[in-house]
Write a protein that binds this ligand. Sequence first.
Ligand code: ZN
Ligand code: ZN
Length: 259
Amino acid sequence: MAIDLVTRAEWGARAPKGSYSSLASTKGVKVHYTGGRVDPAIVDDHKKCVAMVKSIQNFHMDGNGWIDIGYSMVACPHRKVFVGRGPKHLPAANGAGLNSGHYAVLALVGSSGLVKPSDSQLLAILDAIEYLRDKGNAGKEIKGHRDGYSTECPGDQLYAWVKKGSPRPGGGGSTQNPPPSTQVPKWPGRLLKYPPIMQGDDVRKWQAQMKKIGYDIVVDGYYGPKSKAVCVKFQKAEHLDADGIVGPITWKAAFSAKA
Ligand SMILES: [Zn+2]
Ligand SMILES: [Zn+2]
């Protein structure tokens, strides 16, 4: 799928207050979040994404005194990519001294409200990165703002994805690291949870996998309190919802995890 660009004219960007510094290439891209609250209602209304990007630009220009929005590109939950400063231009969002090394891509998730990027938003980030590689000679690195700079950005959810090698949602492997060699067996189609105790080959299969990747678990085919505790521990380690229920996401994560 081709990138779905939102041009500066389309989002109603203000003209930059000065001329950009040129960049011939970068080592890669740094991923950012907004750092504040993102209204979950943006997911249902792209107009709200546009309003948000405009307000970020205003804040960067009027509050920070920058010539323009600090980001190179902005990825929204509708798999659309806003042109910020764009390729070949020095961004301002990575921190002093760190801007010539990496382009800056903002995802519209924050520290509260909308905190978890959807698959479409992750795809939009990947679209932006591909575009910056294509048009701006961005190198292979995909990092978080917090790499080399003291900040929470891009938040735990997005950073966990970056650390996993920013995998393409829905398969297709990783854009940075080789895909895991393990095959993910099909999710059994029922939620494994407790109480009451559930029993079956699907439980046994999941338990065997958990044991294989290093968890202390008895492979007996019974999903009881001990299995649930292992599940919660695993979900926390993987930054998933720690509900102790093996659903399709937890199942897939278990079989994709490295031993
Ligand atoms: Zn940041
Ligand atoms: Zn949008």
